[in-house]
Design a protein around this ligand. Structure first.
Ligand SMILES: Nc1ncnc2c1ncn2[C@@H]1O[C@H](COP(=O)(O)OP(=O)(O)O)[C@@H](O)[C@H]1O
Ligand SMILES: [Mg+2]
Length: 256
C-alpha cells in the first residue's frame, strides 16, 4: 500500500482581496492533483513562484485542508481524523523542514532536536539515544551544546533535519530547504536527504526551483496551471537528470 495518496486534490482561496477583484468566484490554486508517495520515494516538486508548491506540500503535511479531494496516509483518509488524531499523525508520521529552519533560538541544538520527543512524553534516556544517532547521521555531534545563533545556515538546516527525524517519521516534507543556503551547503543538505531516503528508508518530498537540487531526487513533478504537467524520472545518473530538468525549464520559459 502506498504511504501517501493524493486523490483529486483541489484548493481554492477566497479571501477578501481576491473577492474584491474576482467577485464571489473562487480563486483556484490547485485544480486536481493526483499522485502517490511510496516509502522508497525521493520526490522533487518544481514550478514557478506562486504556482501552489507550498500549498500542495502543506496539504500533504495535513497543515491545510483541500477544498476538494482526499489525502490518505496508508488506508486512513485524513479528513476523517479528529483534531487530536490529526495532531498525532503529524507528530509521529511526518517530519517538516522549512526554508527558514524555524529553530527555537532560546534552546540549544540538543534541546531543539528533543522538542518533538518531549511533546510525545518520551523518557530522557530514550531521547538522548535518538539525539546521538541522528546527530551522528547529520554530522552535528560536535554542535549539540551550541545555540542556533552560533551556527551557519547549513548547520542550522542539519539540526532542523535531525529534529524532523526525532519521532522516526515515515516521510520528510521540505519546502525550499536549500533556499537560504550557499551552493556547497545546499548540496550537502541534499546528500543528507539522499542518505535519509536510502539508508533510513524514509520517503522524502522536496520543493525547489533549482534544477541542481532537484537532480538529487528520483522523480520530479512539474506543477503548473494548477495541475501536475509532467513527471520526470531519474535513470540514476544525476548529471543527465540535471540536464533534462534544465532543458524542460528552458522550454517552459520560452513558452512564456
Ligand atoms: N493563505 C492564503 N490565502 C490566500 N491566498 C493564498 C494563501 N496561500 C497562498 N495563496 C496564494 O496561492 C498561490 C500559490 O501560493 P504558494 O502555494 O505559496 O505558491 P509557491 O509555493 O509555488 O510559490 C499564490 O497566488 C498565493 O498568493
Ligand atoms: Mg512556496
Amino acid at each position: 500500500m502506498s504511504l501517501v495518496r493524493i486523490c483529486g486534490v483541489r484548493k481554492s482561496y477566497n479571501h477578501s482581496i481576491v473577492r474584491r477583484v474576482a467577485g464571489d468566484r473562487e480563486y483556484p490554486v490547485l485544480k486536481g492533483i493526483d499522485f502517490k508517495v511510496e516509502r522508497e520515494d525521493f520526490i522533487g516538486i518544481m514550478g514557478r513562484s506562486g504556482c501552489g508548491k507550498t500549498t500542495l506540500l502543506k496539504m500533504i503535511g495535513t497543515m491545510d485542508r483541500p477544498t476538494k479531494g482526499s489525502i490518505f496516509y496508508e488506508d486512513t483518509d485524513v479528513r476523517r481524523l479528529k483534531t487530536e488524531e490529526l495532531a498525532a499523525l503529524r507528530r509521529n508520521k511526518i517530519g517538516f523542514v522549512f526554508q527558514e529552519f524555524n529553530l527555537m533560538e532560546n534552546l540549544s541544538v540538543e534541546e531543539n532536536i528533543m522538542l518533538p520527543m518531549v511533546l510525545n512524553r518520551r523518557g530522557y534516556r530514550d531521547m538522548r539515544a535518538v539525539v546521538d544517532t541522528n546527530a551522528g547521521l547529520l554530522e552535528i555531534s560536535g554542535l549539540l551544546k551550541k545555540y542556533p545563533y552560533e551556527l551557519s545556515g547549513g548547520e542550522k538546516q542539519r539540526v532542523a533535519i535531525a529534529r524532523a527525524l526525532s519521532n522516526n517519521p515515515d516521510i520528510i516534507l521540505a519546502d525550499e530547504p536549500t533556499g537560504n543556503l550557499d551552493m556547497p551547503s545546499a548540496l550537502n543538505i541534499m546528500d543528507c536527504f539522499t542518505r535519509i531516503n536510502r539508508e533510513n528508508h524514509k520517503a522524502v518530498v522536496v520543493v525547489t526551483h533549482d534544477p541542481l537540487i532537484a537532480s538529487y531526487c528520483g522523480k520530479v513533478l512539474f506543477l503548473g496551471e494548477g495541475v501536475i504537467q509532467e513527471v520526470y524520472e531519474s535513470s540514476g545518473n544525476r548529471n543527465r537528470f540535471y540536464e533534462q530538468i534544465c532543458n524542460r525549464q528552458i522550454l517552459s520559459y520560452s513558452r512564456g
